[in-house]
Ligand binder design. Sequence first.
Ligand code: ADP
Ligand code: MG
Length: 251
Amino acid sequence: MLVVEGLFKRFGGFTAVNNVSFKVDQGEILGLIGPNGSGKSTIFNMLSGTFPPTAGSIKFEGVELGGLPPHRIINRGIGRTFQIPRPFRRLSIFENAALAGYYGQGSHSRAKAEAAAERALSAVGLPTDRKASVDGLGAAGLKKLELAKALATEPKLLLADESLGGLDEHEMDQAADMLRRIRDELGITIIWVEHIMGVLMRVVDRVMVLDHGEKISEGLPTEVVNDPRVIEVYLGTDAHATQAVAEAARR
Ligand code: ADP
Ligand code: MG
C-alpha cells in the first residue's frame, strides 16, 4: 500500500530523517517507535504533506505523493492525527468532526461530511448530537476527537501520532484496543507512532525503530525488543521505556 524509499528531511544543516525506507501492507498495523526527537513526527509530516521531503520517494497505491499539499493527500486516502490535539473550541464536537469530513476522499457535500462525522464519532465512542461542547473533554476525550477527525476523512491509511501521551494506564489500554478495532472492523491500515512502547507492542503486527533520524531496527515485536541496538537506545534514555522493553520481552 505504501512504499517509502530513501526519505530525507533536513532543517538547515540538521538531518531529522536520514535515508529511511519502509513498506506498509494493506490491513496491517505498523508501530513506529523511537526516543524523543528521533524523527517520528517528521516522517508523518512528510507522509501527510505538512512539508515536502528533502529527498526520497513516497508511493501510496503506486502513486507518488511526495511534496503534494495536505488536502490532496487526504483526498487520496491518508488521514492523520496530531500529537497535540487542537480542536476548534467554538465549534461543537460534531462540528469539528464534520469539518474534517469535508476534506475526505469523496465529495464535499454537507450531508456526506455529516454522515462521515457521525460514523467517526460512534467509532471512537463520542456523542453524535450536534451540540455537545469540546470544553467537557478531558485528555482522553480530546485524543478521541483527534482520532474521530482523522476517521471522518474516511482514510484507507491512518497515521496516528502518539495517541497515548497524557493518558493513564487504563485509558492507554482502551486507546490501544480502539486502534485495533479500527483496523479489524473498519479495515483501515494504520501506522502508529508512540513513545510508550509497552502497550504498542501488544497491538501492532510489525515495528520499526528510529534513532537520530535513522531506522535502526524493524521486525516482529518479539524480535525488536530483543534487538541489542534497540535495547541500547532505550536503556538510559527513558526509564519508562526501559521497563516496557523488559515487560514486552517477558510476554
Ligand atoms: P519525534 O516525533 O520522534 O519526537 P520529531 O520528528 O518531532 O521527533 O523531531 C525530530 C528532530 O527534528 C528534532 O530534533 C526536532 O527538533 C527537529 N525538528 C522537527 N521539526 C522541525 C522543524 N519544523 N524545524 C526544525 N527542526 C525540526
Ligand atoms: Mg513526535
